[in-house]
Design a protein around this ligand. Structure first.
Ligand code: F6P
Length: 531
């Protein structure tokens, strides 16, 4: 990438900076007054997902400049590079080819001389086989009893997407099947799960791209020892399956060869839900629904690959984010889904966005010349209204918002979903318009408004739509990384803490070894209080 295509160095960026200074006097309310067609002009629909940007602090001139920025940063070229399997993850010299994971198996895709679709097809077949066998009662434990529970052991990208999707599709779950997640290191989750499940009828899915992650290996080891006590090596060989790029490590752990699913280095952890990492989801909802999710994601991929920027949902969502972050100076972004099924979406997006774009160097290692990823957070509405919306309406922090809203209830309670929808729409209106009448009377009650939000509306939250939403956000993140000139697919920043933890772990309870100065006193106190 040359300097001329680096976002902050483009003419469009300078024009946007200038325009933002002038524009800062305008309010969302005034934009509506000035343009009777605003609601229509600022909304786009594709693949059954409707994106309404009319309550953003954005006018058509700003949008045109943002589209020009997309052109000058060669967004279309980067999209092609991704779909062609080029090594766009430059620091790890890898492709970032999550789009292959949901591509029809009969459309070959050659990367580094290999048809990756052949690999994808083979693993999909294994996943389907396991899912079908489980649901037909043919998947048995070491004493011959059918499996009744599954436990996913993984963390980060090997957990968050699964937790989010299993919750989102809870109404599609196979009845009678318990689905559990163990991710955290401290032993609380694994203890609780082992209290609940039976060793004879529980399938443990060890999910780790690297098979080196401390949390996952620690929890898997705890389960392994529990199984050994309960049923010996036979239990270990029967009750475990694993997903990883590292076959030797799975082997060393004792995962039976036919219980291993492959993963590839061209799939980033946080982009891996549609890969064999999705096994626990496929087991939870059945192959047919998992396939529907793949189809939905693929449909959004095709839209992303083909639609011009001005109608391209991921590109528009990304550009709006860039406008808010870089030109309106908003460091914080809340994701607020009005459907409790999506209660874990904010947590999933935190990793997707912040681990991808929480970077301060460009692809070539030079410092960035602009702000990058905002802080991402959120909770489902309307719970969140009774928690932190006070700050959104009257606080001093600048926060932009994504509202997500399915029109139809997923649980047959349309009247309640109508109430949720009314609240969602009213909140986006209140954030945009505020209440000037109140402000004349009592400053405590005044809501200044002018807080930007997007609305993502869809008919219903089914597997197909969830796949589309996942792909929408994945591609939004990629486009922002292109504009910011960073690599969205590495995560070097997580290494330092891991490295230091290994050292601290070696001395945590050893009173003869003083801790490093920044931790010295904390370690003295920890050891004193350690039971
Ligand atoms: O520590 C961060 C991270 O590397 C994430 O990027 C990843 O999703 C997670 O750990 C788990 O990694 P793995 O799947 O290799 O166990």
């Amino acid at each position: 990438m040359g300097e001329e295509t680096y976002g902050p160095r483009t003419p469009a960026w300078s024009a946007l900076s200038k325009y933002a200074t002038v524009f800062s006097q305008r309010t969302i309310a005034s934009l509506f007054q000035e343009d009777a067609d605003r609601a229509e002009a600022f909304s786009t629909e594709a693949e059954g997902v409707w994106l309404d940007l009319s309550r953003q602090r954005l006018d058509s001139s700003a949008l045109e400049l943002l589209l020009e920025l997309a052109k000058q940063t060669e967004v279309a070229v980067w999209i092609k590079r991704m779909f062609d399997g080029e090594h766009i993850n430059n620091t790890e010299d890898r492709a970032a080819l999550h789009v292959a994971l949901r591509r029809p198996a009969d459309c070959p895709l050659t990367v580094d001389g290999e048809d990756v679709m052949r690999l994808v097809k083979a693993e999909r077949a294994k996943m389907q086989q396991l899912a079908d066998a489980l649901h037909e009662g043919e998947l048995k434990g070491y004493t011959g009893h059918p499996i009744t529970d599954i436990v996913n052991i993984g963390i980060g990208g090997s957990d968050l997407g699964l937790v989010m999707a299993v919750e989102a599709l809870s109404d599609y779950r196979k009845p009678g099947l318990g689905v559990h997640f163990v991710s955290n290191l401290d032993g609380v989750q694994v203890s609780r799960v082992l209290e609940k499940v039976s060793p004879e009828t529980t399938l443990f899915v060890v999910c780790s791209k690297s098979f080196t992650t401390l949390e996952t290996l620690t929890n898997a080891q705890v389960v392994r020892e529990w199984l050994l006590v309960c049923g010996g090596e036979q239990a270990v060989a029967t009750q475990f399956v694993a997903v990883s790029t590292d076959h030797a490590a799975m082997d060393a752990f004792g995962i039976a060869p036919k219980r291993r699913l492959a993963l590839w280095d061209w799939v980033g952890g946080r982009y891996s839900l549609c890969s064999p990492v999705g096994l626990s989801l496929a087991l939870a909802v059945g192959w047919e629904h998992f396939e529907a999710l793949l189809r939905g994601a693929h449909a959004m991929d095709c839209h992303f690959e083909q639609a011009p920027s001005e109608n391209n949902l991921p590109v528009l969502l990304a550009l709006t984010g860039v406008w808010n972050r870089n030109f309106l100076g908003m460091p914080s972004h809340a994701v607020l889904p009005y459907d409790h099924h999506l209660c874990r979406l904010p947590a999933y997006l935190q990793q997707l966005e912040m681990e991808s774009n929480g970077k301060r160097v460009q692809r070539d290692g030079a410092p960035v010349e602009c702000e990058t990823c905002p802080v991402i957070w959120g909770e489902p509405g309307s719970n969140a209204q009774h928690s932190f919306y006070q700050l959104l309406h009257q606080g001093t922090a600048k926060v932009s918002v994504d509202f997500l809203l399915p029109v139809n209830s997923g649980v047959g309670r349309q009247e309640q979903q109508d109430l949720a929808a009314a609240n969602c729409l009213a909140q986006s209106w209140a954030l945009a318009s505020g209440d000037p009448a109140e402000s004349d009377n009592d400053s405590h009650q005044a809501c200044s408004g002018n807080h930007p939000s997007s609305l993502i509306l869809f008919e219903r939250l089914d597997p197909d739509t969830l796949g589309k939403l996942i792909a929408l956000y994945e591609h939004k993140v990629f486009i922002q990384s292109v504009i910011w000139g960073i690599n969205a697919f590495d995560q070097w920043g997580v290494q330092l803490g891991k490295r230091l933890a290994t050292g601290v772990g070696g001395i945590i309870s050893d009173e003869n070894v003083a801790g490093p100065p920044p931790l010295e006193e904390a370690l003295v106190r920890f050891r004193k209080w350690r039971a």
